[in-house]
Ligand binder design. Structure first.
Ligand SMILES: [Zn+2]
Length: 242
């Protein structure tokens, strides 16, 4: 696990440009854990993956998070500030390969969704279809047979999904928010993958603008400019009045 140079973060951003969120998460994870085989990272539970991506984000940009959200009731724009510690949950020790879940008279053999599952279902048309495909992959009868999700009462499928989430809590982080204007209360999802990706994109955009300004003014190559520390880049830009 390591920090990255400006050039490496730029390459990472370029690599993820046209990827789906599940693919991007793996691209980020591979950059953070370059010595881990891809297959091993793909088999990591989504919560474990997000725990590592949170640490990666802290390494790149620090532990302070800033975000904006909109009140769904009155559309007020809210600024949110929080720390990595506030969105990090205690992960259960020693996640097991598979586990039994009993809901009333129903019994299942379940496992936690991983990146391999998310990649397999990424072309689902909507969240319901994706959730159903994930359920089919991760929930089986005790004898290994496929479960007909449609034949189960909704309360049973909800209980199974809740139990899977409980065993992999970092994969499902939510905030309770209250609007200061209209007092509306709602739950917002914190998704480390899209959060970190948006920050990397914004950072890369700023860096490319710096490269553009310095290359135009001094005739330096991109490689030369990226090799400068951010402090030096900013000093030169200041001298140029940028
Ligand atoms: Zn409001």
């Amino acid at each position: 696990m390591q920090g990255l140079t400006a050039k490496e973060i730029l390459s990472l951003w370029e690599a993820g440009q046209y990827q789906t969120p599940a693919e991007r998460a793996l691209t980020l994870l591979l950059a953070f854990c370059p010595r881990s085989p891809r297959a091993e990272l793909e088999r990591m539970s989504v919560g474990k993956r997000d725990e590592l991506l949170l640490t990666f984000r802290e390494l790149l940009f620090g532990s302070q998070f800033m975000a904006t959200t909109t009140c769904p009731h009155c559309r007020l724009l809210l600024d949110l500030g929080f720390t990595a510690a506030e969105v990090r949950t205690e992960m259960p020790n020693g996640q097991v390969e598979s586990f039994a879940v009993t809901v009333g008279e129903y019994q299942f053999n379940c496992r936690l969704p991983d990146s391999h599952d998310l990649l397999a279902v990424r072309h689902g048309r909507n969240t319901q279809e994706i959730a159903a495909a994930l359920f089919a992959r991760c929930v089986r009868h005790p004898n290994g047979d496929e479960v007909e999700r449609q034949s189960l009462p909704e309360a049973v499928t909800d209980a199974v999904v809740a139990e899977i989430a409980r065993r992999d809590p970092q994969g499902d982080i939510r905030f309770d928010l209250v609007c200061p204007d209209c007092s509306h209360q709602w739950e917002a999802i914190f998704d480390i993958v899209s959060f970190a990706w948006n920050e990397i994109s914004a950072w890369a955009g700023r860096l490319l603008r710096q490269v553009h300004a310095l290359a135009r003014a001094y005739g330096w190559s991109e490689t030369e400019i990226l090799a400068l520390s951010s402090f030096r880049r900013e000093m030169y830009l200041e001298l140029l009045g940028e």
